[in-house]
Design a protein around this ligand. Structure first.
Ligand SMILES: Nc1ncnc2c1ncn2[C@@H]1O[C@H](COP(=O)(O)OP(=O)(O)OP(=O)(O)O)[C@@H](O)[C@H]1O
Ligand SMILES: [Mg+2]
Length: 483
């Protein structure tokens, strides 16, 4: 380091300015003999222009010169950012106090009176060069540090961004799955409808023409009955019913009893065996039953399509609500429970993996708030809860109305938060999760939104039970902004 400094000293570049050629030559000789690179200049104007063209490491500057004196030269150099840092040592025969003060005032670092002693000049030059070199090294280090800091900041931002994108990716994958399921149901139902039209439509006119009035009445009665069937049976119950029916049908000597049993259970007619058994004995009766089944399937497909589109529409609605940006800073009257439900809909897929959601909602009034921001609060708290219990356990959401405020409690049965980390969890970037899973910003965002609502948040945690309680003041009137 010191060797390095010596090396830099020797290589230093010094500008000597004096209108007296004898003085100029003498200074050049002394300094060159010490190994410095010296540029001699005979007047102030040239001194300024050469310094600006290639700033030296140090300037030895005479004061008393025609046209532009040393003070003016120094002033000009200090005014130009390119040369402002170059140390200037004045050399002059003006040996009185006022001149010295002026020399420092215009930015000089030192003053050597004439006639000068060679040793004095060399020592002062060396000292100021050392300071200048140290200063330059510090400046370089500072610039490097500044640059590194900027790079770190950018990297950090990129990391956060990519982690957030990863979380978003997961959410989108879940939602895609969630929309794909109803789409699959719609697709297969449409297949059923197409089959019906292709295979049955042509047979229907003859079928209806051949029905006797009583048969027509029975046809409609049974079809109506099967359409009203709304009990949904477990597959175990269905198997049991089928078994019993097959046995019954066998005792009644009805052929093809297995496929008939299937149809009867599907239509919900297993308890009506007495009434419909005459049907089952004749070829014609079986044909009527088959047609009833075809119409029943048609109706079932329509119902499935209905349910599936509603489900998909609900997910799209939740997404839209979630993605909508806060409409400026205006508070909107809104229902907090709706917001929580929206978030739950978005997490539907992750909840299905093994989370029981228990909702205890009291009747609450709509309040003035920033609904989209509050949705962020529920999203983060629910996401943390699910991660804490690894998507297995119980998520309880209590919404209650107190005297002047609403309270939302989100409780999970996860591993809990230890006392050691409790003071840290709201700090930005504090996370205990592996990279990619958490950036530690969730609760920081929550905190900011809570403050925006003049609300408060509390945490209670023991292993197996963690509750985040959000208390929001009940603003029933629109707040008049301070003007
Ligand atoms: N319900 C909870 N159960 C257990 N620990 C929790 C719970 N909520 C938060 N924590 C702890 O608090 C830390 C900070 O949470 P925060 O939501 O701020 O960040 P994160 O979840 O780690 O990352 P991000 O939310 O940015 O994806 C978590 O890493 C976790 O250790
Ligand atoms: Mg989080």
């Amino acid at each position: 380091m010191i060797e390095n400094q010596e090396l830099k000293l020797i290589k230093a570049n010094i500008l000597v300015v004096d209108d007296n050629p004898v003085n100029l030559r003498l200074l050049v000789q002394i300094l060159t003999a010490k190994g410095y690179k010296v540029r001699p200049v005979p007047n102030g104007k040239l001194a300024v222009s050469t310094s600006q063209a290639a700033p030296p490491d140090l300037i030895l500057l005479d004061i008393n010169m025609p046209n532009m004196d040393g003070y003016e030269v120094c002033q000009k150099l200090k005014d130009d950012p390119q040369t402002a840092d170059v140390p200037v040592i004045f050399i002059s025969a003006y040996n009185n106090a006022i001149d010295k003060v002026k020399a420092f005032e215009v930015g000089g670092v030192d003053y050597i009176p004439k006639p000068f002693q060679v040793e004095e000049v060399l020592v002062r030059v060396k000292n100021h060069l050392s300071i200048r070199i140290l200063q330059k090294t510090l400046q370089e280090k500072n610039t490097n540090l500044q640059q590194t800091l900027e790079e770190l900041k950018t990297t950090q931002e990129q990391l956060i961004q990519s982690e957030k994108m990863a979380a978003l990716g997961q959410l989108i994958a879940g939602i895609a799955h969630e929309i794909n399921t109803p789409l699959g149901a719609i697709r297969s139902s449409i297949g059923n409808l197409k089959d019906f039209f292709q295979n049955n439509l042509i047979k229907l006119p003859i079928f209806f023409r051949n029905l006797t009035p009583i048969e027509t009445e029975n046809f409609l009665k049974i079809l109506n009955f099967s359409n009203q069937k709304n009990q949904s049976l477990s597959s175990r119950e269905v198997r049991r019913l089928r078994r019993n029916l097959v046995a019954e049908l066998e005792t009644r000597n009805i052929s093809d009893c297995h496929s008939i049993a299937d149809v009867l259970v599907d239509l919900g007619l297993h308890q009506k065996l007495e009434q419909i058994s005459p049907f089952l004995k004749s070829e014609r009766g079986l044909n009527i039953l088959e047609q009833i089944y075809q119409f029943y399937t048609l109706r079932q497909s329509a119902t499935t399509i209905n349910i599936a589109t509603e489900k998909a529409a609900k997910i799209v609605f939740a997404l839209k609500t979630h993605a909508r940006y806060d409409s400026g800073e205006i508070q909107i009257k809104s229902d907090i429970i709706n917001g929580i439900e929206t978030v739950l809909t978005l997490y539907q897929n992750q909840l299905k993996q093994g989370v029981d959601v228990i909702k205890n909602y009291e009747q609450i009034p709509e309040i003035y708030c920033y609904p989209d921001s509050l949705n962020q609060v529920w999203t983060n708290l629910i996401h943390n809860a699910l991660q804490a219990m690894n998507y297995q356990g119980q998520l309880t959401i209590d919404v209650t109305k107190e005297k002047n405020h609403l309270q939302v409690k989100i409780t999970d049965t996860g591993k809990g938060i230890s006392q050691e980390i409790m003071p840290q969890i709201f700090k930005p970037f504090f996370t205990t999760k592996p990279a990619g899973e958490g950036s530690g910003l969730g609760l920081d965002i929550v905190n900011k939104i809570i403050n925006k609502h003049q609300a408060s948040i509390d945490v209670d945690s023991i292993p197996g039970k963690t509750t985040f309680t959000v208390t929001i003041p009940m603003n029933l009137e629109e707040e008049i902004p301070n003007v």
